[in-house]
Design a protein around this ligand. Sequence first.
Ligand code: 13P
Ligand code: SF4
Length: 303
Amino acid sequence: MTLELVEYIAWRKKEINAVIMAHYYQIPEIQDIADFVGDSLQLARQAAATDADVIVLCGVKFMAESAKILSPEKTVLLPDLRAGCPMADMVTAEALREMKAQYPDAAVVCYVNSSADVKAESDICCTSSNAVNVVKSIPEERQIIFVPDKNLGAYVQEQTGRKMILWEGYCPVHDVLTREELARQVEMHPDAKIVVHPECVPEITQAADAVRSTGGMLQYVKSSPDKEFIIGTEEGFVYTLQKNFPEKTFYLARPEFRCYDMKYLDLEKLANALDRMEHQVEISEEIRRRAYGALQNMLSIMP
Ligand code: 13P
Ligand code: SF4
């Protein structure tokens, strides 16, 4: 059955000239079948550059929307419409407009984990891999509203020394990792380096040896002479790490570290999406154009 599905996906992909892009949090079968696996920034860059007619985004809604914003002439498919991001839902365009009215001169920096509507209200986007550089690119004297992740925002504040107006959003998957849980892992694996995502709370990022996006973690592990790592991000990524570095050992920072939105998809759903050309992402041209400006401003800055 699985072999049939794999063969069908490969055949159908060619038939419609599709490219399958997956985020590192996807299940192993999806990561293995994808043409490209990456973090949010890498996926956005690939979406902007691909010459395929159809982009199948195996990730969550904001990633598929970013692909559509950057490549409006392409058909972008999100195979399961339930795949959202609770953090992205913590800010709406209307609430952001109200905040902007309070600080009319402030620049709005918007984490890509946000809707197209929110991006359209923003000056520049960032991902977890380039947030520090994006904030540094804004003139010192200008106030900054940072949405929606208060943890990433706090980390960027620490790194840049810039005080920002932080939205009260957070990732429910990363935010719950506690110092006690991390300490338990350190006790069990005293030689392991601690590598965490900047969506974790400040007391976790401050205790880590490295704070990186998922793509940044891969680079860190690659260039590190160390053999063991405690990983503070979603469990799907441990598969990626183990696959790339079979000689190294990875421990999850807490026993359950799962983003359920990233787990709706399997091979059967992917095959169905290709078969039925579902679900096509649509964004009004007015919103897309404004959101494009914020994404393009980000992409013009080195990560
Ligand atoms: P990355 O861009 O680091 O892959 O992060 C995406 C994300 O949703 C983290 O929760
Ligand atoms: Fe959103 Fe968190 Fe899931 Fe990433 S891990 S997609 S930020 S809920």
